[in-house]
Unconditional design. Structure first.
Length: 362
């Protein structure tokens, strides 16, 4: 079996990202024999008692981790976070209304593009002037907009909102790449969504948590599959849901809970981020790419002062059994993604390799 080698590769992939080994093992077992049924999870009805229990728990566990009550509903939908770029304005922007967006990167830009097709979309702040290397902080939120859309963590450029805007209009957040990585006051948000494959589970399902009283107000005649209320009424099974990704997402949330929940992971994630940023700042060969105050604890972007050494550093990384460190093509250099399932030990290995590299090439 390959399970022992899997744990030896230090996986810094930006997404789909690392999952806990024990979750992968439980998921493998469920592919063959789910819940002791001697049937695969992949070959039973989503309406079976056993699967209905999975869906209910997967929805409830999100509410538990976010500490919200029954005024919120949780859905698991297909189409990725990218479909939510369209569904959010479609469900929350009134006919003749407007929405406000903060543009902090590639994903926010894509969200804005879709919203503009639905209605009047105002970009009230943007860090595009400096290639998205910081998070805009001073901006006026229009009180007549139907909602404000923000992106909590900029996966590609490596910035993260350390504080969320105080706002009187509904706050909507794309948390795809830092959901459940730190404590947030979820009750301040009307809608939180996340493509699961960064920090929550595997690709194929997208989590949407929405406050019920925000829905049904657009005046728009809604297409069923794009209507949150239709999915809510169907208990997130209006059509066949992505059964397996949802199950693995549930296992990943259970792993988080079992180990100490958000308080535990926030502390661990801070230790991981501190270790790598300290080394980037200390090491004479590397530098970070974003404003220090806005550095992401999830996606750490860094460059070599001598770019001609990139292939050499790649070799060092491969020899140390590290994977997924190449930066996004828009930024270049390197990106270490420190998602929840990445152990502190993997960061220590990266830091050691950077030190060795400095000894050889500085
Ligand atoms: C990856 C990512 C997306 C896109 O997710 P898909 O599920 O591929 O559509 C959106 N927003 C953020 C912040 C991301 O990191």
């Amino acid at each position: 079996m390959s399970t022992t080698t899997a744990s030896k590769v230090h996986n810094f992939s930006a997404g789909p990202g690392i999952l806990p080994l024990e979750v992968l093992q439980q998921a493998s077992e469920a592919c063959i024999n789910f819940d002791g049924l001697n049937l695969s999870l992949l070959e039973i009805s989503h309406r079976s008692k056993n699967y209905e229990r999975v869906m209910l728990e997967a929805r409830n566990t999100v509410k538990e981790l976010f500490e919200v009550g029954d005024d919120y509903e949780v859905l698991y939908l297909g189409g990725g976070a990218s479909l939510q770029f369209a569904m959010i304005p479609y469900n929350l922007m009134k006919e003749g209304g407007s929405a406000a967006y903060v543009n902090t990167g590639v994903w926010a830009t894509k969200a804005i593009k879709e919203a503009k097709i639905i209605g009047n979309t105002k970009v009230i702040a943007s860090s595009e002037d400096k290639k998205f290397t910081y998070v805009p902080k001073e901006y006026v939120i229009p009180s007549d907009a139907d909602y404000l859309h923000i992106t909590s963590n900029n996966t590609i450029y490596g910035t993260q909102m350390k504080h969320f805007p105080k706002c009187d209009i509904p706050l909507v957040c794309d948390m795809s790449s830092d959901i459940f990585s730190r404590k947030v006051n979820a009750k301040d948000f009307t809608l939180i969504y996340a493509g699961a494959q960064k920090n929550m589970g595997p690709a194929g399902s997208t989590m949407v948590m929405v406050k019920k009283d925000a829905l049904g107000k657009t005046g728009r005649k809604m297409l069923s599959m794009l209507d949150y209320q239709v999915h809510i009424k169907g208990d997130s099974m209006y059509n066949t849901p992505p059964v397996f990704p949802i199950y693995v997402t549930l296992l990943t949330m259970q792993w988080l809970k079992k180990n100490g929940g958000i308080a535990w992971i926030e502390k661990l994630n801070q230790q991981k981020a501190d270790a790598i940023y300290n080394e980037i700042d200390r090491n004479s060969l590397f530098y970070g790419t974003v404003d220090k105050a806005d550095r992401s604890n999830m996606n750490v972007c860094f460059l070599l002062k001598k770019p001609e050494l990139e292939n050499e550093f790649d070799k060092f990384c491969k020899e140390a059994n590290m994977s997924g460190l190449r930066g996004h093509r828009d930024v270049g250099g390197f990106r270490a993604s420190l998602y929840n399932a990445l152990p502190l030990e993997s960061v220590h290995v990266l830091v050691e390799v950077m030190k060795e590299f400095e000894k050889k090439f500085a």
